[in-house]
Design a protein around this ligand. Structure first.
Ligand SMILES: Cc1ncc(COP(=O)(O)O)c(C=O)c1O
Length: 411
């Protein structure tokens, strides 16, 4: 039985009348990852553990995890209880609740940095990181990686995209991933003008394979940044707390000056953070930066519970083991159907495609047949694993993957 989406479609028609694009942004169908659209649900009814149920009552084993925030499982009891307790005491208050200090201490200690600044979304803190670097150095240029993603603020986008001015990106220097030589060339071309180098810990572009850092890449980048007074920013919004509790710079054996967190920080409660070294404390203090809900206490309580559970239960190591088991099973099922499933990136955030499928048609067909049967994959974005996935979920996933290959074969 394949899923029907009658109520999803009715809701989408209603949404289109009152919400631009029906569902805007990365959770909506216009982002290019839900192809063909008719295979995917649009609205959820509820979520629990590793599953969500859509508006028609179809259940999905969710390998997107809300694009990252679901790390422990939807509705994790410890996190939700901490959040509810805090809600009863107060959330958005004239003076921030004292739990702000507890969470800042915990995150600062966990990451080995010297201070923490909280906001709401990833984009808030990547932008603050760049502003802090500019304030500290008195320089304007920033180096970014081609195909990287740091949010939606104009500086993160490209000239020519709707609403983006040439001056918004005039100080961006875009270089290739894994090329220390291009960073050196940029430094030589713009001496004493580069404020920051910003990148994710590894490269996970959409519509392309993920690429891990080459041996020694981060160490060379670190050395060049130190030599030339450039602030090294790691954007850990996607990978944060799936690779290393102390941050993905720690995972790859170097230390960033600034690191940004968001998605998995509080298991779905809305909070983001910028952590930094002491030498940037004055600069970040000088930047005017705030928001109505940035110091709300409920997400802080959730974040404390989430980090505490991550550490206590060794969740990150378990995620990796589960991811490897799932991925080796998927590869084997593909092989049984004469296909090669290429899996790239770090295991808890893997990307996948089928080889010999240059137009992605086969891959999109297979993904859509998985989705129609209750395994939520996406076509051209990395996936995310949560800690609630069991061996039984993996077994169901592999059965559905097998059925999906059979369905594609008869299409
Ligand atoms: C690496 C990275 N940086 C920044 C962002 C922006 O975060 P947000 O959407 O919370 O603003 C994202 C979001 O997907 C991301 O993956």
């Amino acid at each position: 039985m394949v899923y029907q989406y009658t109520k999803n479609r009715e809701l989408f028609q209603r949404a289109l009348k009152v919400i631009p694009q029906g569902v805007p942004g990365h959770l909506g169908p216009s982002n290019g990852c839900a192809i063909p659209f008719d295979a995917f649900p649009v609205f959820a009814e509820r979520a629990e553990g590793t599953y969500f149920w859509d508006a028609d009552g179809n259940r999905f084993i969710d390998y997107m995890c809300a694009y990252g925030p679901n790390l422990l499982g939807y509705g994790d009891a410890e996190v939700d209880e901490a959040a509810v307790r805090q809600l009863r005491q107060g959330n958005c208050i004239t003076s921030p609740h004292r739990i702000l200090v507890d969470f800042a201490e915990l995150l600062t200690e966990t990451t080995g940095k010297d201070w923490t600044f909280f906001a709401k979304n990833g984009n808030d803190v990547t932008t603050l990181a760049v502003m802090t670097a500019r304030c500290a150095t008195g320089r304007s240029k920033i180096v970014l990686i081609k195909g990287g993603y740091h949010g939606v603020a104009p500086w993160t986008q490209q000239f020519g995209k709707p609403g983006i001015l040439e001056e918004d990106v005039a100080n961006n220097i875009v270089i290739s991933w894994n090329s220390a030589a291009e960073l050196e060339a940029a430094i030589a071309r713009y001496p004493n003008q580069i404020a920051a180098f910003i990148a994710a810990p590894y490269h996970h572009p959409i519509f392309a394979d993920s690429e891990l850092p080459a041996d020694g890449y981060w160490q060379t980048v670190r050395k060049l940044c130190t030599q030339h007074g450039i602030v090294l920013i790691i954007d850990d919004i996607r990978c944060g707390f799936r690779l290393d509790i102390a941050g993905s710079d720690h995972y790859y054996g170097f230390r960033a000056d600034l690191i940004t967190f968001c998605k998995a920080l509080a298991n779905g409660y809305n909070v983001s953070a910028l952590c930094g070294v002491d030498s940037l404390r004055d600069a970040v203090s000088d930047v005017f930066y705030t928001g109505s809900y940035w110091l709300s206490a409920v997400p802080f309580a959730a974040g404390i519970a989430c980090l505490t559970k991550l550490k206590r239960d060794g969740i990150i190591a378990k995620l990796r083991t589960t991811a490897l088991k799932l991925q080796s099973g998927l590869r084997d099922v593909a092989k049984q159907h004469g296909r090669e499933l290429l899996i790239t990136g770090e295991p808890p955030l893997w990307s996948m495609r089928h080889t010999g499928d240059d137009d992605f048609y086969f891959h999109q067909s297979w993904v859509s047949e998985c989705v129609r049967r209750g395994v939520f994959f996406t076509n051209h974005h990395n996936h995310f694993l949560n800690a609630a996935v069991t061996d039984a979920d993996i077994a169901v996933t592999l059965d559905i993957a097998d059925e999906a290959y059979k369905a594609v074969a008869v299409e």
